[in-house]
Write a protein that binds this ligand. Sequence first.
Ligand code: LLP
Length: 416
Amino acid sequence: MDHFTYRDGELFAEQVAASEIAAQFDTPCYVYSRATLERHYKAYDEALANHPHLICYAVKANSNLGVLNVLARLGAGFDIVSIGELERVLAAGGEPSRIIFSGVGKQAHEMRRALEVGIHCFNIESEAELERLQQVAAEMGVRAPISLRVNPDVDAHTHPYISTGLKENKFGIDFKVAPRVYRHAATLANIEICGVDCHIGSQLTELDPFLDALDRLLALIDELKQDGIQIKHLDLGGGLGVSYQGEQPPQPADYASAVLARLGQRDLQLILEPGRSIAANAGILLTRVEYLKENSGKHFAIVDAAMNDLIRPALYRAWQEIIAVKPRSDGEPRSYDLVGPICETGDFIGKERELVLSPGDLLAVRSAGAYGFTMSSNYNSRNRAAEVMVDGDQLHLVRHRETFAQQIANESLLPD
Ligand code: LLP
């Protein structure tokens, strides 16, 4: 459930009419609902209320400071993959001791900064990274808390949605060699083993792959215990899917109870890194129809949002629902391809959508709160969109629309 609903024939974000937001801040414009973000975070937090846990929101899904701040105020943890994400979390009031640092390519300066502020744990993805962290921590005279990100090689044939938990992927350490790497880590003076981690993929719509991975991780934890290595937390990553087009992914409560049932008597803090399931349906992208056009019987609506604003349709052929802000009843619906102004055939937001449209109409692209603005760019020298947070009947501009001066601020001409 989210807080984007129709009232008196027009779309509202919480208590504010979407048309009012477009009138104030223009389009294209991302609109987030605070109540929806909070609801999605709390669904995880409450599902695990009776078990030690940390919900580390995956910052990559939506890293706007306003979004991070809403979650920080609820006591959320954060999953980061770069120094930029770390600084954003700190700037948004996030607690350093609740930060998990993931990613395959951590640089020494990023490790240093993370150790300086005292993050909860590094998710280590290779032996070479472990050695580098040992060196950085030794130079600083501290101990670095770590998990190994284990690649559980969950069978792709039975679970086709998985894309990062297979042995041919670049992510993690093969679960068969993980015990050896843990034993080695235990000998390193400036490394403190805390947890075991995995992340098997994104937009998963069934629980079985998570539970298969969990079984492998639990077997590893039991094996390590016999070697005298005590694991304190289990991090299952992110990946729970959302409904874009009628999918019915498990709810956080179903996921949590299935996981807790398998933990048994083990004394493990549970960490999750959800991104999409918190942010996607807490956001829409507002866009306006510029032109209607027909080419050889095919109808196009050219809108003012483009692949630089929302790349998921172009990049993954992802389907996101597109709805009229004020649905019309004064015409026959027609099948439109909704395309942006960018000079590429792949620049579309949606294809073959039945809509009644006129130039100037406002549309909302749903499920745009995750991997929307964060994947945007300046392609075709387009300024990046504004971002607005709705909170009840209040509107907060959480990112100004980029100006041309800002777009070129880091560039220069050649000297005379
Ligand atoms: N943890 C790690 C280590 C990850 O790599 C990811 C996402 C997450 C957590 C969060 O996963 P989520 O709960 O959001 O599924 N750009 C793509 C999605 C890429 C996901 C990358 N990793 C898209 O727009 O569909």
